[in-house]
Design a protein around this ligand. Structure first.
Ligand SMILES: NC(=O)c1ccc[n+]([C@@H]2O[C@H](COP(=O)([O-])OP(=O)(O)OC[C@H]3O[C@@H](n4cnc5c(N)ncnc54)[C@H](O)[C@@H]3O)[C@@H](O)[C@H]2O)c1
Length: 249
């Protein structure tokens, strides 16, 4: 059990990568809080995982909501060792002038402000208990961009940069901060990123740009998150782990 006696809060864990991470963490002995704006989905996920999972309704764009979710998880588990900032959202793949200001602000609120809120919610607790791990979901698309995702890429570039800045500042508190940069994955966001119907032909076109010739899966991302969250990664901080089949080489 690689996460025995550990506890985690995972945002956006009602589906996609987050659900994969929650399942894997629980299978490795962790207690997991599934924090998602989709409260029903969070409950379904927690029921499936069983007694080591707790569902919490949470909007990561709202600081008050994140503070309450973090406090609820700390209260339920006694302490929270790991926070995974996974919840994310994007405008659909489209020409940059077609994305309006409200939409871009929403992208920033969900993908980047969420980390501001979680950092404020968790840092005092981690200072008190003497350690912590934060894992952020960045993206490979801001490292090797494609046309159509400019504003999303900006938010994820911020996630990657913030990960390194938090890592240097929180190291003295024994808090490690790492990120995962996935290539396009088989989740609810797939069509948003492709900007076209998820047909075999359209998938094949994108897959041909990935050296290992496949999309990422929730299991790929969960395995990376498991390693980064575990004590095996105790000397890793500020690491942006590309889980991308070589797409960003
Ligand atoms: N799927 C990909 O191709 C891909 C690639 C690179 C990075 N990512 C990143 O991975 C993360 C997970 O995405 P996914 O692909 O699993 O998508 P998904 O749509 O399957 O899951 C996202 C989850 O986040 C939740 N969520 C959305 N807004 C929220 C909010 N305001 N508060 C709380 N929860 C919220 C949704 O309800 C959903 O359960 C995101 O940060 C995404 O940007 C995805």
């Amino acid at each position: 059990m690689r996460l025995a006696n550990k506890t985690a809060i995972i945002t956006g864990a009602a589906s996609g990568f987050g659900l994969g991470i929650a399942r894997r963490f629980a299978a490795e002995g962790a207690k997991v809080a599934i924090a998602d704006i989709n409260e029903h989905g969070a409950r379904v996920a927690a029921e499936e995982i069983g007694e080591n999972a707790l569902a919490i309704g949470c909007d990561v764009a709202d600081g008050h909501s994140v503070a309450i979710a973090a406090a609820e998880a700390i209260d339920a588990f006694g302490r929270v060792d790991i926070a995974v900032n996974n919840a994310g959202w994007s405008h659909k793949n489209q020409p940059l002038l077609e994305v309006d200001e409200t939409t871009f602000r929403r992208v920033i609120d969900i993908n980047l402000m969420s980390i501001f809120h979680m950092t404020h919610a968790m840092t005092p607790h981690w200072r008190e208990v003497g350690a912590g791990v934060m894992i952020n979901l960045g993206s490979s698309t801001c490292i090797r961009p494609r046309p159509g995702l400019a504003w999303y890429d900006a938010s994820k570039g911020g996630v990657n940069a913030l990960t390194k800045s938090l890592a240097v500042e929180l190291a003295e508190d024994k808090v490690r901060v790492c990120a995962i940069a996935p290539v396009m994955g088989e989740t609810g966001l797939l069509e948003t990123f492709m900007g076209m119907a998820d047909t075999p032909k359209n998938r094949a076109k994108f897959i041909s740009t990935i050296p290992l010739r496949r999309l990422s899966t929730p299991e790929d991302i969960a395995n990376a998150a498991l390693f980064l969250a575990s004590d095996e990664a105790s000397l890793l901080t500020g690491t942006i782990l590309e889980v991308d089949g070589g797409r960003t080489i």
